[in-house]
Design a protein around this ligand. Structure first.
Ligand code: GLN
Length: 456
């Protein structure tokens, strides 16, 4: 822990952390030492982590990357954090992220950007940018992220680490500040599928405080990851596994460097015994407009609670209550958050609801159905995580729509609520890492982790 704290200080220019609690971490480490010396044994006891600053924590501030939460302190821990603590982990601090998890480059954080440790002039991806940087720069062995439309998978791909977003409902959203509630999911980001499996086992499970939490018995994802496939051999651990490649995930516009790194990863999977089959997800392109209607709609509703009354920032000078709301929100929210509140309010408004929101909901169902069609022909779907490697800082900033388009391969799985992960497979332009995306059917996290583990 001392070593990691020194690294965190030395790497402060990376912008990974928004808050560091050195004294707290050292006290927790000493306590873990005592428990280990007393003979307690559990895989996560004494493991230092850090959490995306969108999880509320009682012992540290929580900002969600927003000025509107300045000064806010939660009276409780998010369920995911509480469960990881109960498993013996402790936290070094809170990690930078796009404001309310809206973004793909960590450039929408009110507290400044995070930088990609592979090339500091490039973005680390987002919105869980700080979480990815902290693992990639070896500041902590693992972190938590959240994924609404790709925010675990894309930064994992951009920084060469492993991250998994489980099936919607597997992890509790209680205490995870809401962006788009029907899409938000927690997940781990780490150096390997194995570390992700250990963390996910601790993070997941039914929580009566989240109405969308799935009531199923606790899962041992590590055991599922290790369980041999029927008919597998030592040389061919993936024998019999059918991997579906959606035609739409390999468009002509896909960068050649990403395409070749992904193809190398797929060739490795073939050597391990998997067979590749072509499948189709015909509504892939529609996932972008559908997501960018549904997510802002839900965000506009969720963010109405930040009104200067209950949480964080309140404008200093105002004439009446309405003026206080207006000034507080004008000062507290950044430009991307305001843009999404406006889009969301518009698509939910009387007269436009049927034309936009209802249409998007219908298409969302059809996108989910397309996946079920594809899973008739394969066990796991594979493709790129993003159309390019991490781009140069500032490049996405001037045109938000361009940034939205880069989410094309992560949004379909999110809209369907499916589990997905990013596994590093190679390097592209300028030596930047490239991740392979694996998407499983509902509750097939174990199969995804097994496949990724075989590659690693
Ligand atoms: N890039 C997407 C967005 O800006 C996804 C973000 C996320 O998954 N939190 O909404």
């Amino acid at each position: 822990t001392q070593h990691l704290l020194a690294r965190v200080t030395a790497a402060s220019q990376l912008g990974a952390f928004l808050h560091v609690d050195a004294d707290g971490a050292l006290a927790h480490a000493a306590e873990a030492d005592r428990r280990l010396a007393a003979g307690e044994a559990s895989p996560l006891l004494g493991i230092p982590l850090a959490h995306k600053d969108i999880y509320v924590t009682a012992d540290m501030p929580t900002t969600a990357g927003s000025k509107i939460l300045a000064g806010y302190r939660s009276p409780f821990d998010a369920t995911v954090v509480a469960r990881l603590n109960a498993a013996g982990t402790f936290s070094l601090g809170k990690l930078n992220c796009d404001e309310f998890a809206m973004g793909s480059a960590n450039e929408n954080s009110a507290f400044g950007p995070a930088h990609n440790p592979w090339d500091r002039s490039r973005v680390p991806g987002g919105s869980s940018g700080g979480s990815a940087v902290a693992v990639a720069a070896r500041l902590v062995p693992a972190t938590t992220g959240t994924d609404t439309g790709g925010s675990i998978r894309q930064p994992a791909s951009f920084t060469g680490i492993t991250g998994i977003k489980p099936t919607y409902g597997v992890c509790s959203r209680y205490g995870m500040i809401a962006f788009a509630s029907s899409l938000d999911q927690a997940g781990p980001m780490a150096r390997s599928a194995e570390d992700c499996a250990l963390l996910l086992s601790a993070m997941s499970g039914f929580d009566e405080r989240d109405a969308t939490s799935i009531n199923q018995p606790p899962q041992d994802f590590h055991a599922q990851m290790l369980a041999p496939r029927e008919g597998a051999t030592a040389a061919q651990p993936l024998k019999g596994l059918r991997i579906g490649l959606p035609r739409e995930f390999f468009p002509a516009a896909l960068s050649a460097d990403v395409n070749s790194a992904v193809r190398q990863g797929l060739a490795e999977l073939e050597k391990l015994g998997a067979t590749l089959v072509e499948v189709s997800l015909p509504r892939t392109e529609l996932a972008i407009p559908v997501y960018y209607i549904i997510a802002p709609a839900e965000a506009s509703s969720n963010l109405s609670r930040f009104d200067g009354v209950k949480f964080g920032h309140r404008a200093a000078n105002y004439t009446d209550l309405l003026d206080m709301y207006k000034k507080t929100r004008a000062e507290g929210f950044g430009p991307e958050v305001k843009r999404r509140i406006m889009i969301g309010t518009y698509v939910l408004s009387h007269g436009y609801y049927d034309a936009y929101y209802l249409q998007a909901q219908k298409l969302r169902r059809m996108i989910a159905d397309d996946f079920q069609q594809a899973f008739q022909h394969c066990d796991v779907i594979a493709g790129p995580v993003a159309p390019s490697v991490a781009w140069k800082a500032g490049e996405g900033a001037e045109d938000p729509v361009k940034a939205y388009l880069a989410d094309i391969f992560t949004l379909p799985g999110s809209l369907a609520g499916l589990p997905g992960m990013s596994v590093p497979v190679g390097f592209g332009e300028a030596g930047m890492p490239v991740g392979l995306q694996l998407i499983g059917n509902y509750f097939k996290e174990g199969q995804l982790l097994h496949t990724a583990h075989a590659l690693q």
